[in-house]
Write a protein that binds this ligand. Structure first.
Ligand SMILES: NC(=O)c1ccc[n+]([C@@H]2O[C@H](COP(=O)([O-])OP(=O)(O)OC[C@H]3O[C@@H](n4cnc5c(N)ncnc54)[C@H](OP(=O)(O)O)[C@@H]3O)[C@@H](O)[C@H]2O)c1
Length: 271
């Protein structure tokens, strides 16, 4: 934890589940001012002394004036949960939404006209402060509100901004859903190792540590992923033989492209 000084203004968090909870923990570590969490499941252990945890928007204390209202409920809860929020929204507060598939226009319809909305798409490594979030600010969001959203989002990882909200759909397909593709790789590598006779526990260890170590190396290196790949590929060696299977035009190049296309299309459907 970075000292006790306050560096983030008060926030109203709607939905303190996996993503909301991870973000709140990141803000708390950066010195979040006493804030209010709204969640019907009343998650224990998240609120600090001075924070207020209530089960519904109706329980938010009169006079509480957050600088940001962060939406981290499930998208299907938005229709029910957001209209009451519009009625208590203080002037000047920015709305930061991480709801998958909910557009800025759709959120504005539910919250009310004039809301300053930033739409963001984080990913699950945010839970350990290693997230990748892309964000898009609606017209009318001020530079100060954008800066506050940047500070809130970078508490759980890296942040990139886009001007065109339509890009959030392919971004969802690449980095939002992306960790699941990497987890699948770990699963498949483990299974294939077992099929080649490696004891299951060891196959699991090899697969997990390989995915983790390769990711860490990628993070630590200024080189392109392709350069790192080529650096471990001796001509006519074992890696080259495996890559000739994976890099066949009909294999990973086609599959990854098709997967990202499918997820992009699904994100558009949800919106
Ligand atoms: N998890 C990720 O990796 C990830 C990545 C990108 C975006 N997101 C987005 O983050 C949002 C939350 O996802 P999650 O995985 O964190 O879901 P989650 O763990 O289910 O958290 C949602 C929380 O909201 C609570 N809730 C339900 N209705 C509410 C209401 N009316 N007011 C306040 N809180 C309410 C839920 O309580 P109950 O359990 O009692 O219903 C739950 O604790 C989603 O919109 C998702 O699209 C998540």
């Amino acid at each position: 934890m970075r000292g006790r000084s306050v560096s983030l203004p008060p926030v109203l968090l709607l939905g303190a589940g996996r993503m909301g909870g991870a973000m709140f923990a990141g803000w708390a570590a950066r010195g979040l001012a006493p804030s209010v969490l709204v969640d019907p499941s009343m998650p224990a252990g998240l609120a600090r002394p001075g924070d207020i945890l209530v089960p519904a928007v109706g329980g938010v204390p009169d006079g509480f004036s957050p600088a940001a209202v962060v939406l981290a409920i499930k998208p299907q809860m938005a229709e029910a949960a957001l209209p009451p929020l519009g009625r208590i929204l203080p002037a000047g507060a920015v709305i930061l939404s991480v709801l998958a598939g909910k557009t800025i226009a759709g959120l504005a319809r539910l919250i009310g006209p004039g809301a300053a909305i930033v739409r963001a798409m984080p990913n699950t490594p945010a839970a350990i402060g290693q997230g990748m979030t892309a964000a898009c600010a609606a017209h009318g969001v001020t530079p100060a509100q954008t800066a506050l959203c940047q500070a809130l989002l970078e508490a759980v990882g890296e942040v990139a901004w886009v001007d065109d909200e339509k890009l959030i759909d392919p971004i969802t397909a690449v980095s939002g859903s992306g960790p699941a593709y990497v987890f699948l790789l770990a699963e498949l590598l483990e299974q294939a190792g077992i099929e080649q006779g490696i004891p299951p526990a060891m196959a699991r260890q090899l697969a997990r540590k390989t995915v983790q170590g390769a990711g860490a190396l990628l993070d630590a290196s200024p080189e392109d992923a392709s350069a790192l790949r080529m650096a471990v590929t001796s001509p006519n060696g074992t890696t080259a033989r495996a890559l000739s299977v994976l890099m066949d035009a009909a294999a990973w190049p086609a599959n990854i492209r098709a997967a990202v296309q499918a997820a992009t299309a699904r994100s558009r459907e949800l919106a």
